[in-house]
Design a protein around this ligand. Structure first.
Ligand SMILES: Nc1ncnc2c1ncn2[C@@H]1O[C@H](COP(=O)(O)OP(=O)(O)OP(=O)(O)O)[C@@H](O)[C@H]1O
Length: 895
């Protein structure tokens, strides 16, 4: 049976699971129902893709769209996974019968199909084995969701039919209500719930206001032309008319743009989708009909032309961007008229709940547009996630427009007073138009009829346009001075308690200062320009080739062309051959052998067998042409996906600085030293301070990697044991000095603090640290005076000293030693290694194969003492693709 790790490398080419993936997979294998709520692009699909490959049983996946299933099936087949879909567009009549005899690892179907397929199908397949029943985009089940589909509600019918099969719901958008709905609708029993962070750290968020017209269209075309160099772009529009207009403008400008909306024929729509997925089109202009089905990992820009109908759908649609983890950009353009569309979106809503959900979501989207503070924080907090900092500008410098640019502020107390007082005078039962018209001195019929033209404030706000006042109102709403509510489809603006307090403290001639941000619309009116005007989009073209030399950039582009040719020949999308990031790594490392190619993250076995030789030839030829060496010795900083922190575990007590320090260390993998001297900080802080922040974070329950921490502060097993002895001797941990006094000089207070933190986490012995390296064993083990008394004279000295070391340690550790599978395996090998072994290709393969969790070079050298390090490395390097040796963190494994 394959293991979780071997499946990951063999089929997907990845070296490590992302947060939560492993846990969910394990739970599914234990046949437990699971609800997986994780960000778009965070890797939820892997949770249902892996179990069938381990168990050899079929996984059923219910998915809302045929186009989505088709793309997934294409990509899975490219990974050597047997996948198919059942649905109206399936032309192969044999799929169903092959499926029922267990012919597929993964079988996709629409909810309609799942409910209508005869029970005999399930009965037959159950006999062979179904390892899971996954419901993708599970929020469609809930009326509270933004994409409710009636067919999803019927899925519970299958529960009794598929008794014993774990049900797995997956979604990227789920509020508490939606989660409960999914669990109840699917009749999940004691489900394992994995809720990840919604933070898409590689996405930049920006918003701009715009006025419809040809001038803006020209600006948009200019900006989109710049985007094209970085990769694919989607432009989402709210109406078909906008789609057609923008598409035409892009085409006139010579851009390869496609179009997609609900009024197009099915064929043309599918063709458009296909061309975009295969990189034959650079830009797709679409309505939201082109939404959930898009699984293209290398989309670099998502632009919204018009405010989306809800913040949930904005998150979903912008979430199509940068799914491969590479830096990508989401811009939203809104105009004020977008905010008046509640009636349009509510049109076909039946129940009061649905109407309310729609209206609330639209208002949240509107607030997002008008925001002057961190957009990421707002988005995350909308999904119930705590974002402890006020800006997303700590790492790196600003990842949303509001955190990136310093906005102008000015005292707007007078204007704020006028607006709030006018709203109060109009008795707070109108939308914004009425009080603003009153302020601007309108004598429209409804104003005269309501006698608002006699109000003392009438006409006092003539100096500003209606849009200026609306922008001010937006600010006052976001700062809590005004409240906007909905009555049916009408907006009502009233003064909040905070606003009333302000009005009380002010009069017509005197107001306490109230500094507010000069948003674009105001700035344009007052100063004739917008802040950041002319900056255009955040450029991605430079980051695409970051870290590559000029020749490597050329190689990268040539390899992208080569990938395109291969994809065209195979009739698949280029990303299905391999991802952009993998091509970038290949350009950097320029492997000359299959083994080296296999070690590159993202290269799976199918790629190796299908394209490996071809790529190696091309790399060799192009490297010669560009005069760059093969097998470059570059240490690639893996794009370590930040581990997501479930909202509930972000401790309230921790200050943002402490939490940030922990995130940088634990999630971004930065060292304590790097954090202390982080360039984004105004002044360096002490390493000791960083360590104390980390320890506080751990005390608050945040996770850590003890092995890594010990390695970083050089806390060895020997020190650990010494500190433990000292603590026992002193008999108290209240004061550190007496403990320190018992210890040698090289043991610092930091070491003692870490020891104590470990102790309170239940680690009382150094060997509890999973990956403790051999060479970190206490020196006393190596230099044991008992070494010569080993009964087996034929044992090598290393083994003798370790055996004695075991005796030299307290009884407490004997059990720990026994529970370390890696160590006992190594010892096993060593006990056979009484003669000096020389390495050969096959003996190396046999040796590595003996370790499920891999083996380090150190272990290999200990085993093959008859060979030099150079020759062992040479042999490992020469082992070709039959034995895909995969190296990570200096540990070699074989697949
Ligand atoms: N462990 C991993 N290591 C590296 N890349 C991964 C890993 N798991 C998934 N990915 C990649 O992340 C990308 C997004 O994964 P996936 O399509 O499963 O996201 P998702 O959570 O289902 O998103 P959505 O909700 O938008 O459909 C894919 O390109 C996938 O190959």
């Amino acid at each position: 049976m394959e293991t979780m790790e071997s499946v990951l490398k063999k089929y997907f080419g990845f070296s490590a699971y992302r947060p939560y993936q492993k846990d969910v997979i394990e739970k599914i294998m234990e046949r437990r129902d699971c609800l997986v709520v994780m960000a778009t692009g965070s890797g939820k699909s892997l949770c249902y893709q892996v179990p069938p490959l381990i168990t050899g049983k079929t996984g059923i996946v219910v998915s809302p769209l045929i186009s989505l299933m088709q793309d997934q099936v294409m990509a899975l087949k490219q990974r050597g996974i047997k996948a198919e879909f059942l649905g109206s567009t399936q032309t192969d009549r044999t799929v169903q019968s092959r499926a029922e005899s267990g012919g597929y690892d993964l079988l996709f179907m629409t909810p309609e199909k799942a409910c209508s397929i005869p029970v005999s199908f399930w009965t037959k397949l159950l006999k062979i084995g179904i390892c899971l029943f996954a419901v993708d985009e599970a929020h469609c089940i809930s009326e509270w969701g933004h994409d409710f589909r009636l067919e999803y509600k019927q899925l519970d019918k299958l529960r009794p039919v598929l008794s014993g099969v774990p049900f797995v719901g997956l979604t990227a958008t789920a509020t508490e209500k939606v989660r409960v709905d999914i669990i109840n609708s699917l009749k999940m029993k004691d489900p394992y719930i994995a809720v990840g962070s919604f933070d898409r750290k590689n996405l930049f968020y920006g918003v701009k206001s715009f006025n419809r017209g040809s001038a803006f269209l020209d600006e948009l075309v200019r900006e989109v032309s710049k985007c094209v160099a970085a990769g694919s772009t989607i432009i989402y529009c709210t109406t078909v008319k906008d789609v057609e207009q923008i598409h035409e403008s892009l085409q006139v400008a010579g851009l390869k743009a496609g179009i997609y909306h609900g009024q197009m024929g099915k064929r043309t729509r599918e063709e458009s989708h296909r061309l975009f997925i295969r990189d034959e089109l650079n830009v797709m202009v679409a309505t939201v009909a082109f939404g959930m089905g898009i699984d293209k990992p290398d989309i670099r820009h998502v632009i919204h032309y018009g405010c989306p109908k809800s913040l949930e759908s904005y998150y979903q649609e912008s979430g199509r961007c940068g799914r491969d983890g590479i830096a990508s950009v989401c811009w939203l353009y809104y105009s004020r008229s977008d905010f008046a569309k509640a009636d349009f979106y509510c049109g076909d809503m039946q129940g009061e709940n649905q109407r309310k959900a729609v209206v609330d979501s639209l208002m949240a989207a509107q607030r997002y547009c008008l925001l002057t503070t961190c957009r990421r924080k707002f988005l995350l907090e909308h999904f119930g996630e705590n974002f402890p900092a006020d800006t997303c500008g700590i790492i790196p410098a600003g990842n949303c427009d509001n955190c990136l640019t310093e906005r102008k502020e000015r005292d707007m107390s007078k204007e704020a007073y006028l607006l709030m007082a006018c709203i109060q005078s109009c008795r707070g039962s109108w939308g914004l138009n009425m009080p603003i018209d009153v302020l601007r001195g309108s004598r429209a019929k409804k104003i005269v009829e309501a006698h608002f033209d006699t109000l003392p404030l009438h006409g006092l706000g003539k100096n500003y346009s209606s849009n200026w006042w609306k922008a001010l109102a937006g600010q006052l709403i976001s700062r809590g001075y005004l409240i906007e509510t909905m009555s049916d489809i009408y907006r009502i603006v009233s003064v909040s308690a905070k606003g009333a307090e302000y009005l009380k403290s002010a009069g017509r001639d005197h107001q306490p200062p109230l500094f507010l941000t000069l948003v674009d619309e105001m700035d344009e009116e007052e100063n004739g320009c917008r802040q950041g005007e002319g900056e255009g989009f955040r450029s991605l073209t430079s980051s695409k080739c970051e870290g590559l030399s000029e020749a490597e950039v050329q190689l990268y582009n040539m390899l992208l062309d080569e990938r395109m040719k291969l994809a065209r020949a195979a009739g698949i999308a280029p990303y299905a051959v391999c991802g952009d990031d993998t091509v970038k790594k290949i350009s950097l490392l320029r492997p000359s052998t299959k083994a080296r190619l296999a070690n590159i993250d993202g290269v799976n076995q199918h790629f190796l067998t299908s394209y490996g030789d071809h790529f190696l030839q091309i790399i060799c030829r192009l490297s010669q042409e560009l005069n760059v060496s093969l097998d470059a010795k570059v240490s690639i900083q893996p794009v370590v996906p930040r581990k997501v922190t479930p909202a509930s575990t972000i401790p309230k007590k921790l200050t943002p600085a402490k939490f940030e320090a922990w995130k940088m260390w634990y999630e971004d993998g930065l060292s304590i030293q790097k954090i202390a001297n982080y360039p984004g900080r105004s002044a360096a802080i002490k390493e000791q301070t960083v360590l104390s922040y980390l320890l506080e974070a751990l005390q608050e329950g945040l996770p850590t990697d003890w092995t890594r921490l010990c390695e970083e502060v050089e806390l060895t097993s020997e020190m650990f044991t010494n500190i433990r002895d000292a603590v026992t001797k002193v008999g108290s941990t209240d004061k550190l000095k007496p403990i320190k006094d018992e210890l040698p000089e090289n043991v610092s207070y930091a070491h003692i603090k870490i020891f104590l933190a470990m102790l309170s986490s239940g680690i009382s012995s150094p060997s509890k640290l999973e990956h403790l390296k051999e060479d970190e064993l206490p020196e006393t083990f190596e230099s044991s005076p008992n070494a010569s008394s080993c009964p087996e004279k034929s044992c090598n000295s290393d083994q003798i000293s370790r055996q004695n070391g075991k005796h030299a340690r307290s009884g407490l550790e004997e059990n720990d030693e026994a529970d370390s599978p890696k160590r006992s395996k190594i010892d096993n090998y060593k006990s056979h290694g009484s003669c000096i072994m020389e390495a050969t290709q096959s003996s190396i393969v046999d040796f590595i194969k003996g370790f499920d969790n891999g083996v380090s070079l150190h272990d290999m050298l200990q085993h093959f003492r008859g060979s030099s390090e150079e020759s062992v490395l040479g042999l490992v390097g020469d082992l070709e693709a039959d034995f895909v040796i995969f190296k990570k963190n200096d540990v070699y494994r074989i697949f």
